[in-house]
Ligand binder design. Sequence first.
Ligand code: AHM
Ligand code: MG
Length: 337
Amino acid sequence: MPKRKGITVSRQIMDSQRSHPEATGELTGLLNDLIVAGKIISSEVNMAGLADILGQSGQINVQGEQVQKLDDFANLTIKRRMEQCGYVCIMGSEEDEGTIPVLDGYEGKYTLAFDPLDGSSNIDVNVSIGTIFSIHRRKSHGKQGELDDLLQKGREQVAAGYIIYGSSTMLVYTVGEGVQGFTLDPSVGEFFLSHPDIKIPERAKYYSINEAYSRYWYDSTTAYIEHLKDLDESGERSYSLRYIGSLVADFHRNLINGGVFVYPRDRKSPDKPGKLRLLYEAAPLAFLVEQAGGRAIDDQGRNILDVEPQDLHQRVPLIIGSKEEVNLAERFFTGKV
Ligand code: AHM
Ligand code: MG
């Protein structure tokens, strides 16, 4: 089906459902409900300063970090809407230690893993933040879903995406047929197709890494980043550094303009494989980047989509972005340079 700029996201989702005669409409329903949750969060994010909702709630989340009020709001908004949507059987959220059941009688055939508000350290300072989501088909046959339904490889995702609350609110998603980007027109409350068939530039303009941790980097990380900082053959500087500290915002910029984002493991916490979580941060973005022509690997050169999840909140070193730069990183990280 042709994708015309300006069509609504519901039209686009319906069109992609029509090209699959076997589809039951459940994924369409799920995405539509998730989008409503995203619009509610977007409106709350925009009101944050005014509504005096900013600031920390004082609670500590399962990752041991301070939970901020908007995180709570986003988490609750998604849980409340999706537990009764009838399309999911179990959920996992960055903010909840265990799995999240759905209401009795509303069990559906999909699972939902999400980071309700990624980039939480940026909430108070008006910097872009976002919601990341990952959808799988359930495997178990009981009534409620099980943890194992969530612990599936990224490769088996049915859909994934994010909503970024930035200078405008955008929804970027894939159902495995390319990547579509929509911009929210807040005056009518609709997402309109603004970025059809997004392709990430093959060469990166930017690299994104937290350089403050460089003293703890392993040699492979240092060598790779030093290589990026070197002048190219013509004596020019090839890259600029951009690091927002919201994965979703760093990823979005790199997706549109070309870039590579690196969050490696380091010497400070050798037992911790980086910071980012596989199920609701790395895997959904890996699905998107692959659909857009890019790549995502861990520091062993493994495709993120092939990493077997063992735990709901599992962390994974992440190298993601433009194909050529990820190929280059792979050579450094796997000792082939
Ligand atoms: P969060 O989910 O609690 O917001 O944490 C994840 C965030 C990512 O958005 C971002 O890329 C990373 O943490 C930044 O971490 P650091 O401050 O260590 O560079
Ligand atoms: Mg996060």
